[in-house]
Every structure is written in C-alpha cells, then in structure tokens.
Design a protein around this ligand. Structure first.
Ligand SMILES: [Zn+2]
Length: 332
C-alpha cells in the first residue's frame, strides 16, 4: 500500500494545527489560573525544579541516589496535594493544565517510529475522501445506489444476452474487485457508449478502495495528459508541482483514467498513455480505464502496442444498453 505524499502532508498539517490549537488553549488557561492563583504558579515552578533535581541526583549517583529521588518524590506529593486543593477550591478541574494527548498511541506526534499512527491515517482517509469528492464531482456513489432496472431484459440479438444480464455480471465483477482490492487485483478496461454507468461504477470502486486506505487518483484523460504536457513545456519554477501530479498518476495504488478517447489525441498523448500504462503495469499497480472506444478503436487511435497491453493485461468489461440519462429524461 503506498500513501499519497501530498494527501499525507495535508493530514499531517491538520494534526499539527490541532496540536497547536490545543497548546494555545492550555496556555491561555494556564495564564488565567496563574493570575487568579499565584501560589499554583509558584508550585509549578518548584515542581519543575525538583524534577530537574531528581534527574540530576539520579545521574550523579551521589552517596544514595535512590534516597535523594525518594525525598524529592515525597516533597512533590505534598506540593501536588496543595496544588490540587487550590485549583478545586477555585473551580478549576485539577488536571486542566496537564498535557493530555488525544491519541495515547503516538501522543499526537502522528507517527510511531517511522509508521503513521492510526490517528494520522484517520485524517489521511478524510483528506482522501475530500479529494475524491472534488474530483468525482458526483454525489455519494455507492454500489447500493446502482439501479439495474435501467438495463433492458430483452436479449441482444447478436449475443443472446440481455443488457441487464450483462450489467449484473459487470456490477458483480466491480463489487468483488473493490471488495478484494489489493496487490494482484489486476486492471480493468471499461468500454461502451456514454451514459451506461462506467463513471458511476468506477466512482463506487474509487470510494470503496480509498476507504481501505489505498491511494486512489481519479482523473479524466484530458486532465492527465495536460499534466504531462505541462511538465514538458513548463518553466522550471512550475515544474515541482506538475511533477508531483505525474508522480501521483504513476505511483498511486489505483488510478482511474476516465473518458479516454474524448481528448485531443496527438503523438504526445499517445506516448504519455503508453508510458503511463507500461510504468504502472511494470510496478504491479492497478488501473481502471474508462472509454467509449473498443480495443480496435484504441489500436487505430493510439497504437497497436497500447491496444495489445489493454487486451493482454486488462480485464475488459463491456457496457451496453440504452443511455440512462435519456431513459431518466423520458421517465421524469
Ligand atoms: Zn496517534
């Protein structure tokens, strides 16, 4: 599972922001407590000092370091009791100035060793969700909301299979794919006319896979290729941002390339597509490509090499039937 560096950085920013706000709140409260109860301020100073004393006594090893530490602890106990009494009498919870992290596992640092903590991953998933909703520009697509009733039960004269039967199979394949997503899940090629649910189902997969913590990038072919072009033609100072876009397309666990074939195709986009498909296959990363084109049209429009990659390495799912958007218009 590879994490998206940009999204992880945003999650870490939120964690830091949360910590800063909490610290600022405690600092304000401390000021208030010390103003009303100057004795508590003195006690806190003494406690800090005696802790330093105890630490240095233990370090120096003197005649009886254990005895020294014990004495300090004893003295601290009576100071702490006095402090608690003063605080409670003034109406402050006695532990209100303590440093209480929200997460006990990492003490709000976000990492345990070099591994992101669960609390940071929770923020990561939220950020990923936000990012996806912006990209998808759709509602809250999920498999439960998919309606098979829009697909006719009349068998196709060519195949003998009805659009509905076909769609049931496509739907089940997508559900399983999302449910079992992991290394070795393979890549999918969705082909068929517009308005048959390709974008909807790939959005369902995107959401479910992202929920598991995988990095998912969803973008239209047009936008992906324009990033590649920007990298080629941009000035140096813009390069870093563009390269990080391309790094995300190349390295995310699941890339969904929507609407392939609706962009302006040039020699440049052909080589970018080949590069993208090949690099991701070589790295064992999964990709879903949505297109109105079938394999033969891909071969003609892009290249035989790309078509043979899709044919050999991608599972093809054909979408057919009548445009759902038109059916909806007739019903409502
Ligand atoms: Zn944590």
């Amino acid at each position: 599972m590879s994490l998206d560096g940009r999204i992880l950085a945003r999650a870490m920013d939120r964690l830091t922001d949360r910590n800063n706000k909490r610290e600022a709140r405690t600092a304000r409260l401390r000021e208030e407590v010390y103003k009303r109860l100057p004795r508590v301020a003195d006690i806190d100073k003494e406690l800090t000092l005696s802790m330093i004393e105890a630490a240095s006594a233990a370090l120096e090893g003197g005649s009886d370091p254990e005895e020294a530490v014990r004495k300090v602890a004893e003295k601290n106990l009576s100071l702490q009791a006095e402090r608690a009494e003063l605080m409670v009498a003034a109406g402050f919870p006695m532990d209100c100035l303590d440093d209480k992290p929200l997460c006990n596992t990492c003490r709000d640092r976000g990492y345990v060793g070099s591994k992101p903590c669960q609390c940071l991953m929770e923020l990561y998933r939220e950020e990923q969700r936000k990012e996806l909703s912006q990209l998808l520009k759709l509602g809250e697509e999920n498999f439960e909301a998919f309606n098979l009733d829009y697909y006719s039960s009349v068998p196709d004269p060519g195949t003998g299979i009805s659009p509905r039967e076909n769609m049931e199979l496509v739907y089940e394949t997508c559900r399983l794919y999302a449910g079992k997503f992991g290394t070795g899940s393979g890549s999918l090629f969705f082909t068929g006319a517009p308005g048959l649910g390709k974008t909807f189902l790939s959005a369902c997969i995107a959401r479910e896979v992202a929920e598991k913590g995988y990095s998912v990038v969803y973008d239209t072919a047009q936008s992906v290729f324009s990033s590649f072009e920007d990298e080629k033609f941009s000035k140096n100072y813009e390069l870093e941002e563009t390269r990080s876009d391309i790094a995300r397309y190349m390295n995310c666990d699941l890339l969904i390339l929507d609407d392939l074939g609706t962009e302006m195709t040039t020699a440049f986009t052909i080589s970018a597509l080949y590069d993208l498909v090949n690099t991701r296959l070589a790295a064992g990363k999964q990709t879903i490509i949505n297109s109105n084109l079938d394999i033969d049209e891909i071969r003609k429009r892009y290249s035989p090499a790309i078509a043979s990659r899709l044919e050999g390495e991608y599972q093809k799912l054909s979408f057919y039937g009548r445009d759902i958007r038109l059916i909806k218009k007739e019903i409502y």
